[in-house]
Design a binder for this molecule. Sequence first.
Ligand SMILES: Cc1ncc(COP(=O)(O)O)c(C=O)c1O
Length: 369
Amino acid sequence: MIPLSKPVIGNQEIRMVTRVLKSGIIAQGPRVKELEKKIAEFCGTKYAVAFNSGTAALHSALYALGVRKGDEVITSPFTFVATANAILMLGAAPVFADINEDDFNIDPFKAVKKITAKTRAIIPVDLYGQIYDCKNLKDAIGKAHISILEDACQALGAESKGKKAGRFGDVTAFSLYATKNITSGEGGLIVTDKKIIMQRCQIFRHHGQSGKKRYEYYDLGYNYRMTDIAASIGLAQLKKINWLTNRRIRNAKLMSRGLKNIPGLILPTVRKNNKHVFHQFTVRLTEDFKSNRDKFMLYLTKKGIGSGIYYPEPLHLVNHIKKLGYKKGDFPVAEKMSGQVLSLPVHPLLTKKQIDYIIDQIQNYLILR
Ligand SMILES: Cc1ncc(COP(=O)(O)O)c(C=O)c1O
């Protein structure tokens, strides 16, 4: 089976984890600090704070931006549920704005139309590994006092105009989950240039304690700390991030070349001046495609090729969010994309031979129909 994703774990990860296990410091310690320093350097930001998941990073970032009960936060309905859950966890309301068809990210012009007196922040999502339309969103927001939290959970290393993800918001969240471009098993980080955001995130991840004085609590907080075990895997992964990213980009190019000119199959687009890091290689199957998505996926599985749908349901239609008053038809582009998208393997361990096999099998399927 050619899996849809596969973590690239080698001797370096094993060596670094072993060193931590033998050191006696296995919870948050020096390796977490080192990972924070290196991620901030990598992104070109002043600060980074590590967490035990991307969800914890998003939750903490929103807290640090001052989002509270009764506030509204604008975001995309076409993302992983964690983006909206982080808003709900603070008692705030997710307010959706529809997406662009070409890059699957929030449409800045639709987003600004959702601004009200209650809007505290906007969360654009760098979906599948491509930075959102940051220039138009910033221009559209103008002087309004609305913070941007960039959800770059899928986009570590992505760039726009030569600047890395992490620099397109007041604060940015990343995930180091097992399938992400680099991993620590589970894990997450925020990066920011703002000292106050960094400090609030540190306090929130540590049950509201500042870290200066033990058992002195400033506010409600959580145990969102990353362990040194996870951080050591993350550090080993970070050493090879350029290789991992370049392989994904190469694989995406080969896939795009092999699948071009298929009626009804729309290839991923890379926006001008963007470096897409292809966390996912996601195509769209339109009505002109010779088959339907379910049958096609079944065929791929039979041929030993993994595929996945990210995401089968837009967030305004999932159970706990629909209750807020959303209904089918509210965000037609997101709904259409949910019915059309299909992610194919693009991970760094794919060989040229495997890619040729995937392309051949898809071509064969279409010839037979
Ligand atoms: C867009 C997006 N936001 C948030 C998250 C949450 O990250 P985690 O799974 O590390 O909590 C993910 C990861 O799955 C994601 O893809």
